[in-house]
Ligand binder design. Structure first.
Ligand SMILES: C[S@@+](CC[C@H](N)C(=O)[O-])C[C@H]1O[C@@H](n2cnc3c(N)ncnc32)[C@H](O)[C@@H]1O
Length: 427
């Protein structure tokens, strides 16, 4: 079957953004094919019950197909939906949510305020004399001049770094370049993930800070492991501070290299506003914010309740959160360095509202059991992975009334979407 060409009709989209196409009994996953389209597809890999294919010839195009405006759209693995009209992207994402969270009502997805240059963080691998993104399912680097979803200043810095670094004798010492851009403050952090802290980048730092005065932090991060984890533990400050500031909704926050920060600034503000509304706070409310990062949700809510406690596992994020509470004068917000998946009973007891905003793997079984046994009255679940959200809701639905699922398009042109729901204890 491999290399054979089969005519397929695309009947749905996969969670990864591939078209799910049928040719008789055969199911083929086809990158770039859109629901409703018919194409001649070349089979590139065969599994027991399905196959993978690539479009050989498009026979009937979707009315929602458009010419991608990105020069590397069909090579780079980043934007699976760039060739699809934006409003239809939202419909497809809603359909995937409906398929994944079958039992629940799904509200229309809130569109992104900006669909271009919306990201405030970029991680660029540097190898084989190339700086760029990985081609999907490969370690090949696809170079770019102007990534249409990264921040504009990150594009410019990467473009200059190519000239500064490629061909230098120490270039193989640099594994990744990370750029964070505080969209509210304009401040920028540049980090080089390196194999040795002895690398001398004084000249490059001088150039960067001269031509990009908004750079307030340049950091070396040492990573000698051969794993896929990007950041190592040791850091060396090359310029400025080891953090940048940002502002959202009148709150100033400190952000370190290792601290999580939502990538779409405008949508972060929309999401937090809705978290506040669903939390239904009053001046007596006590809130627990699990997986709190640098405390952005905690600080946002602290203005509308009696007390907030944030819990987070990354030490630099908790240090940022504590500083953030101090310089915003929010003395009703406290932060705890702990694993939110374990032994949370003492924190859960007597809280009026608990917020969970876990990483993609969702929340632990132990935390779910504690939420139920501590009789948490209201839970607000923020999720970046509908599959683990569905799994966790399944365990909570006996005890909790689950509101319709709301979704925010934090990540236009990709398959990802941020979900939010409110759970109220039944008795
Ligand atoms: C999706 S982020 C949410 C952060 C924050 N709520 C925000 O909106 O910026 C998830 C956070 O959970 C943290 N985290 C991951 N595993 C954890 C654990 N077991 N216990 C506590 N925090 C954890 C990560 O470091 C990250 O900051």
């Amino acid at each position: 079957m491999k290399n054979q060409i089969v005519r397929c009709k695309c009947v749905d989209m996969s969670v990864e953004g591939q078209g799910i196409a049928r040719a008789g009994e055969l199911v083929v996953f086809v990158k770039g094919l859109i629901k409703g389209e018919t194409a001649d597809v070349k089979i590139i890999a065969e599994k027991k019950n399905y196959a993978y294919g690539i479009i050989d010839k498009l026979i009937e195009a979707s009315p929602f197909r458009r010419e991608s405006d990105c020069p590397i759209a069909y090579k780079c693995g980043g934007c699976d939906y760039r060739h699809i009209e934006y409003n239809y992207q939202l419909e497809l994402k809603k359909q995937v949510l409906k398929n994944t969270l079958k039992e629940y009502e799904i509200k229309d997805i809130v569109p992104s305020v900006n669909t271009k240059y919306y990201r405030n963080k970029v991680q660029i691998p540097f190898r084989d004399h190339k700086m760029g993104f990985y081609r999907k399912y490969s370690n090949d680097i696809v170079e770019f001049d102007d990534c249409l979803i990264e921040s504009d200043i990150a594009n410019k810095i990467i473009s200059d770094l190519k000239h500064l670094l490629i061909g230098k004798p120490y270039e193989d010492q640099i594994r990744h370049i990370i750029i964070k851009h505080g969209k509210g403050s304009g401040e920028v952090m540049v980090a080089f993930v390196v194999r040795s802290l002895a690398i001398d980048l004084r000249e490059e730092c001088g150039f960067l800070t001269k031509y990009f005065p908004s750079i307030k932090s340049i950091i070396l991060n040492l990573n000698t492991s051969e794993s896929n984890v990007i950041l190592g533990t040791k850091e060396k400050l090359l310029y400025g501070r080891d953090y940048i500031y940002d502002f959202y909704d009148g709150i100033m926050v400190k952000l370190s290299l290792k601290s999580f920060y939502q990538v779409n600034h405008e949508m972060m503000e929309k999401l937090y506003k809705r978290v506040r509304e669903l939390s239904e706070l009053n001046e007596e409310s006590e809130v627990l914010d699990l997986y709190c990062g640098i405390g952005t949700i905690s600080l946002y809510l602290s203005r509308f309740c009696k007390k907030v406690t944030g819990v987070e596992i990354v030490p630099s994020a908790i240090a940022n959160a504590r500083d953030n509470a101090i310089f915003n004068g929010m003395d009703n917000a406290e932060f705890v360095l702990a694993d939110a998946g374990k032994d949370m009973d003492d924190y859960l007891k007597d809280k009026d509202v608990v917020i969970v905003d876990p990483p993609r793997k969702g929340i632990s079984r132990q935390l779910i059991d504690s939420i139920i046994s501590c009789k948490v009255p209201k839970l607000i679940y923020v999720s970046c992975n509908p599959a683990t959200l569905a799994r966790d809701l399944e365990l909570l639905k006996e005890e909790y009334e689950i509101s319709p699922i709301e979704a925010f398009d934090m990540f236009p042109h990709t398959v990802h979407v941020e979900c939010l729901c409110q759970l109220n204890r039944k008795r």
